[in-house]
Design a protein around this ligand. Sequence first.
Ligand code: NAI
Ligand code: AKB
Length: 390
Amino acid sequence: MPIVRNVSRAVSQLLQSSGCGCGISIVPVRCIGISPRQVASDASFHSVSFSESDHPRVLITGGLGQLGVGLAKLLRKRFGKNNVILSDIRKPADNVFYSGPFIYSDILDYKNLREIVVNNRITWLFHYSALLSAVGEANVPLARAVNITGLHNVLDIAAEHNLRLFVPSTIGAFGPTSPRDPTPDLCIQRPRTIYGVSKVHAELMGEVRTCFVFFHWCFGRISLYYHYRYGLDFRCLRYPGIISADSQPGGGTTDYAVQIFHDAIKTGKFECNLKPDTRLPMMYIDDCLKATLEVMEAPAEALSMRTYNISAMSFTPEELAQEVQKHVPELQVTYNVDAVRQAIADSWPMNFDDSNARRDWGWKHDYDLPELVSTMFSFLGSDSRIAQAN
Ligand SMILES: NC(=O)C1=CN([C@@H]2O[C@H](COP(=O)(O)OP(=O)(O)OC[C@H]3O[C@@H](n4cnc5c(N)ncnc54)[C@H](O)[C@@H]3O)[C@@H](O)[C@H]2O)C=CC1
Ligand SMILES: CC(=O)[C@H](N)C(=O)O
């Protein structure tokens, strides 16, 4: 096993150079172990650039939610329709089913997920399955299973098959004791929802699982070494609340910011379940998906971290309503606060500091609040209504 010997040699060299004299233990990994056995010792670990015939083979889990179909569309444009497989446990609508490969996959079924990855020669995995903040609080055992056990399955399979893995995190990974205005990448994270707890767990597991050798005293340095040299290529963005026109949100605290558009057009009345002055970071879906592709394509050496905040705008329901009223002046907004969602929102960041993403891999958003609102209305086809209003 020359590669294993090389690993051992590299480890002992590192240990000597670090001078920490720390103990070693093996991180248990399900099945056949991870990348060191599968990677040539002279392999290049710089970011891969793909030729026409050498695109990544992509699997998206939980792909029928608010974000997955849009992500598939973007990735198919870039890598070819048949190189991007959407999966979920729900039945796809006709237009989704006929737009490219779709497969049933329950992330709690480890063997089935592994079979899909193997049979389809998957190289990149976008792990979107989750229960969001509000539905998670309503069903904690299910949220724990999907968001934590499901993630473990995905991590094991990704490590075993050398996948590049994207797992989204969220503003919900912070809590009331985090600095909220602005919230930096690295700060105290003590969320008070099962959703937030599971996302902090995902952030940490993704980084920790990148190494197969665990050093008690110099963990950070060694894990980074193994990450680049042999390990799982884990990438994670903390998304703000995402606003989209052609897909419905799946039960989160920020859902009001999508619903207001539909109600403005349909009834001209909107009942908001958060207080008018609740400030939260938000983003238009195109920016979110653009960032996701960009961080996956970023050269590994550009990434000084593996989990980044990304940000675009931040507003309150009152501010959003005012902007919406520029398009639908007759919109009436009332407030009927949902105590669970309000408590969650009050513990989340008000503004997100994404300076590391901007510096490391050139993240830049395109949509601020006015562009977001006019884009939503042009997408939802409210032109006639706006004309009437004017
Ligand atoms: N939409 C947003 O505002 C934000 C989303 N995110 C993250 O982005 C990811 C995607 O979010 P959305 O599309 O909005 O979520 P969503 O709730 O709309 O969709 C999640 C999907 O996961 C699927 N799912 C549930 N259990 C499953 C299982 N056992 N196996 C396979 N699939 C299962 C559901 O059927 C659903 O289609 C999630 O991880 C979420 O935490 C993070 C921050 C903001
Ligand atoms: C911000 C999120 O993660 C999501 N939209 C939610 O509100 O739960």
